[in-house]
Design a protein around this ligand. Structure first.
Ligand code: GDP
Ligand code: MG
Length: 164
C-alpha cells in the first residue's frame, strides 16, 4: 500500500515550494487529469526511511472567485479521494482569506487525516503568529513551517509518516 500525501490550499500559499522541498532532487510527474482543468504534480518523498507519494494540487490561475470556488472544490475533493493524508497550507504572512475558509469548509467534512500547515513562518514572530490558525478548527496541532528555509518541516513530517 502506498502512502499518498496531498498538498492543498489557495494559490500563493507556497504549496509548490513545499512540494519541491519534499521531493528534493527527484523529478515531478505532471499529470493532466481529465475533467480537471489544472494539472497536478506527483512526486516521491521519504522521511526517516518511510516512503510516500506527494501530490501538489497545482497551479490554479483564475481571477474570478466564482470560478475559483468550483475549481477548488474539485481539486480538494480529488485530493481527499486520492490521499491518505492532506496538508492544508495557509500563509501566516497573509492571514486567513475567504478562499482559505472555502477550503477549510470542505476539509472539515472529511474523515481523512488533515494537517494544518502555517507556511511562511520564516522567523520566531511568525511562528508565534501561526497560533491564530488554531481558530480554523482543523486538526489538533498547527504546524508552523517555512518552505523556503525548511524550519518546522521535520516536526510536520514526523507527524505525517508516524501515521503510515
Ligand atoms: P502555490 O501557488 O501555493 O504553489 O505557491 P508557490 O509555492 O508558488 O509560492 C508562492 C510564493 O510564496 C512564491 O513567491 C514563493 O517563493 C513564496 N513562498 C513559498 N513558501 C514560502 C515561505 O516559507 N516563506 C516565504 N517568505 N515565502 C514563501
Ligand atoms: Mg503551485
Amino acid at each position: 500500500m502506498s502512502n499518498i500525501v496531498a498538498i492543498v490550499g489557495r494559490p500563493n500559499v507556497g504549496k509548490s515550494t513545499l512540494f519541491n522541498r519534499l521531493i528534493g532532487s527527484r523529478k515531478a510527474i505532471v499529470n493532466e487529469t481529465a475533467g480537471v482543468t489544472r494539472d497536478r504534480n506527483y512526486g516521491k518523498a521519504d522521511w526517516n526511511g518511510k516512503e510516500f507519494s506527494v501530490i501538489d494540487t497545482g497551479g490554479y490561475s483564475f481571477n474570478s472567485e466564482d470560478v475559483f470556488d468550483e475549481e477548488i472544490r474539485k481539486q480538494v475533493m480529488l485530493a481527499i479521494d486520492e490521499a491518505d493524508a492532506i496538508l492544508f497550507v495557509l500563509d501566516v504572512q497573509h492571514g486567513m482569506t475567504d478562499l482559505d475558509e472555502a477550503v477549510a469548509r470542505i476539509l472539515r467534512r472529511t474523515s481523512k487525516k488533515v494537517y494544518l500547515v502555517a507556511n511562511k513562518a520564516d522567523n520566531s514572530d511568525l511562528i508565534f503568529a501561526a497560533n491564530e490558525f488554531y481558530s480554523v478548527g482543523i486538526g489538533d496541532v498547527v504546524y508552523p513551517i517555512s518552505s523556503v528555509n525548511g524550519s518546522g518541516t521535520g516536526d510536520l513530517l514526523d507527524a505525517v509518516v508516524g501515521d503510515f
